[in-house]
Design a protein around this ligand. Structure first.
Ligand code: GLY
Length: 422
């Protein structure tokens, strides 16, 4: 089979790496890809927002299956366009993707189908939002309705912070139309867990659990990032939690979407918070998580291409999805200054020291070739991912690995997976 993967991050490198292990696959393309991906796939210079060009490429190249990484492509209707042209593609339609691309739709769905989440109100008027906030208890969470590259969420502690955030969303329109409608919701206090699942529209099969580290600094301090590292599985995510999430969250959302005429095929990502009042949904995403994918796929035993095909064909129950009994840790190496200003073009050294190992792999994100050298080209640069029998060992290996890598101004958190270690 010829496979096309859309995207250029660590998530897409992990997808390409796993797809490459399938005996069904003869050739992989990735659009646009990165330096690491180019060692396994042919990179094609088409961005994830160029839906027509991607579909033309897939048609011309006779791609058998396309796998979509970023929410941007999904929210623009890539699945609808490919399907219209008779091309097989893994991911939800534009309407189903609204579970991520419209936070307001997502909250309404949770309310309608009794899925536990924070109490909320939605506003299109700045003054009405402020009046509501004045009567509420801080901290509160303000969310832009639309996609904002992971930056559309503000935790506010007083009325001044709320006013500033509302102004930037609704008046300055820092995220364009995405911030014209705003959600104000209660802050959920507790540990976060990511549970991703495959859905074929009818059936839902959860993957193992993982935990992201969203803040830039150790001990969850500082501004949010795309994710500074992750580990899997999460020790406190026990059998009872698994059943609850399947019955109270995953099954109802998939059934609800089907009932609303938005049949959901692909990966559904439930961002959960373990509060003192039970497990609540923080958000749904319509895709694989990043960096979660880097700590999930090395533990997947089943051929991922078989899973993709079963999802597309609505035949998930026909396959058994197996996971290895290992622990996995990914530490992200970022450019100094990320998530705000950072420099690009720094030469990366030491990568060869981690090649051809059977317990560690370096997933590339913001990297590119500059003549013969690999240089940084983004905020999150690499995800050094290690696996072992237990989380302690996996963490040790990941940190020993990252110490072998160097580029000017390299920054990484020193406490990834620390919470999982007793
Ligand atoms: N790790 C967060 C996300 O993928 O949205």
């Amino acid at each position: 089979m010829k496979i096309l993967v859309i995207g250029s991050g660590g998530r897409e490198h992990a997808l390409v790496w796993k797809i490459n292990q399938s005996p069904k696959v003869s050739k992989i393309y990735c659009a646009p890809g990165n330096a690491g991906i180019s060692q396994l796939a042919q990179c094609i210079n088409i961005g994830p927002d160029k839906i027509m060009k991607l579909a033309d490429f897939a048609q011309k190249t006779k791609i058998d299956l396309t796998v979509v990484g970023p929410e941007l492509s999904l929210s623009m209707g890539i699945v609808d366009e490919f399907t219209k042209r008779g091309l097989k593609i893994f991911g939800p339609t534009k309407m189903a993707t609204e579970i991520e691309s419209s936070k307001v739709f997502s909250k309404h769905m949770m309310e309608k189908y009794n899925i536990p989440t924070a109490d909320y109100c939605t506003f299109t008027d700045n003054k009405e939002a402020l009046a509501y906030i004045k009567k509420s208890q801080f901290p509160l969470v303000l969310k832009a309705d639309g996609l904002a590259a992971g930056k559309g969420v503000f935790i506010v502690h007083n009325i001044e912070e709320a006013r500033t955030s509302l102004d930037s969303l609704m008046n300055e329109k820092i995220f364009g139309d995405a911030g014209l409608q705003v959600i104000v919701e209660d802050y959920l206090e507790g540990e976060e867990v990511s549970v991703l699942a495959f859905s074929d529209g009818q059936n839902v099969v959860p993957m193992v659990s993982s935990q992201d580290h969203k803040k830039i600094y150790d001990h969850d301090r500082g501004p949010n990032t795309g994710g500074m590292g992750a580990y899997s599985p999460v020790p406190f995510y026990d059998e009872n939690s698994k059943n609850k999430v399947l019955e109270d969250v995953l099954k109802p959302i998939i059934a609800g979407l089907k009932k609303e005429g938005r049949e959901y095929k692909g990966v559904i990502y439930a961002g959960l918070v373990f509060t003192k009042n039970g497990i609540k949904v923080l958000e749904f995403n319509a895709r694989f998580g990043d960096p979660e994918t880097q700590v999930l796929l090395p533990g997947l035993e089943t051929d991922i291409v078989e899973i993709f095909m079963a999802v597309i064909e609505g035949q998930l129950p026909k396959i058994v999805i197996k996971w290895k009994n290992n622990s996995i840790v990914c530490v992200v190496a970022a450019s100094g200054g990320y998530p705000t200003k950072y420099q690009k073009g720094k030469i990366i050294s030491g990568l060869e020291k981690l090649e051809n190992k059977n317990d560690i792999y370096v997933f590339h994100a913001g990297t590119k070739f500059q003549k013969e050298e690999i240089v940084t080209s983004g905020g999150r640069v690499l995800g050094i991912t290690a696996w072992a029998e237990n989380i302690n060992e996996a963490k040790k290996k990941a940190y020993e690995g990252i110490e072998k890598i160097y580029f000017e101004d390299i920054y990484y958190r020193k406490d990834i997976a620390l919470k999982a270690i007793k």
